[in-house]
Design a protein around this ligand. Structure first.
Ligand code: DGL
Length: 282
């Protein structure tokens, strides 16, 4: 059991920001990454659609006998965490927007949260907000263009800089001095976000904290590998491997091979696809 891989998934390539933190924390573990690029962006999907995709991806991971699952997608966490915890008999660790460190860091008491629309409108995020809202004022900013830019590897350039300005400058006008990155695609834009925001603004993202939590969970469950050699990393996608491979290689920092997810785990679920069909929960 300890030699089995750890499964990590995201709607696309964003979860690689989490995968690199996991690789740094657990260098000897085998990792299996699923980029659900054929169905990205989750931020524009209905909750039913996202939940069905999570079921398919974890069914695939179970067929590969993973020993733990990491949701490297805030949107999927907000929609499917309960299902994951109730239905998987292995450890589940899930990324979510880190509000507490932002509260500790802000001096103005005003914090911007950048995430997908689905995350910001989810019940999961509302209850997170309720638990923290007496400690700071939160300004919520959906950033769908960031996901699209990172998916095609556009980490810099005029279009990317303009999108960053469009999303964050209005927050600064409100006195925000701390930004929480509530989507795993966004850490790839940190150099430009920080350049535009200036050194006074703190940018908070949770991938290292999640990797440490994963190590603790594996230690407690006695699931850490005992093999001495460096772990392997396997990449799968529901998208077109020839298109996804160069982007993953670039973001991962090494040339990698990406395999096509078997068809039965890649087909779109037969439910409403778009977020607009999600009932309004407010
Ligand atoms: N990377 C994902 C997240 O953390 C979702 C991006 C998307 O597909 O919209 O929320």
């Amino acid at each position: 059991m300890t030699k089995r891989p750890i499964g990590v998934f995201d709607s696309g390539v964003g979860g690689l920001s989490v995968l690199r933190a996991v690789r740094a924390e657990l260098p000897r573990e085998d990792l299996l990454y699923v980029a659900d690029s054929g169905h990205a962006p989750y931020g524009e999907r209905s909750e039913d659609f996202i939940l069905e995709r999570v079921k398919q991806i974890t069914a695939f991971m179970r067929s590969r006998r993973v020993k733990a699952v990491v949701s490297a997608c805030n949107t999927a966490t907000m929609v499917a965490l309960q299902w994951l915890r109730n239905h998987l008999e292995i450890p589940v660790v899930a990324i979510e927007p880190m509000l507490q460190p932002a509260i500790e860091r802000t001096r103005s008491g005003r914090v911007g949260v950048l995430a997908t629309r689905v995350t910001l409108m989810s019940e999961g995020f509302s209850s997170l907000l309720v638990r923290h809202q007496d400690q700071a004022e939160f300004f919520l900013q959906p950033c769908p263009r960031f996901v699209e830019l990172v998916e095609r590897g556009a980490l810099d350039g005029p279009e990317t800089r303009q999108a960053i300005r469009d999303y964050i400058e209005p927050l600064f006008r409100q006195g925000v001095d701390t930004l929480v990155l509530g989507c795993t695609h966004f850490p790839f834009l940190i150099p430009i976000i920080q350049e535009i925001a200036g050194p006074e603004v703190a940018v908070i993202e949770p991938s290292r904290a999640l990797a440490r939590e994963l190590r603790l969970r594996l230690t407690d469950s006695r699931l850490l590998t005992d093999k001495p050699e460096p772990g392997a990393t396997f990449f799968w996608t529901s998208g077109e491997p020839r298109q996804v491979e160069p982007v993953i290689s670039r973001l991962w920092g090494a040339k990698v091979q990406v395999q096509a997810l078997p068809q039965r785990y890649a087909i779109p679920p037969d439910v409403n696809r778009t977020a607009h069909s999600t009932p309004n929960r407010s």
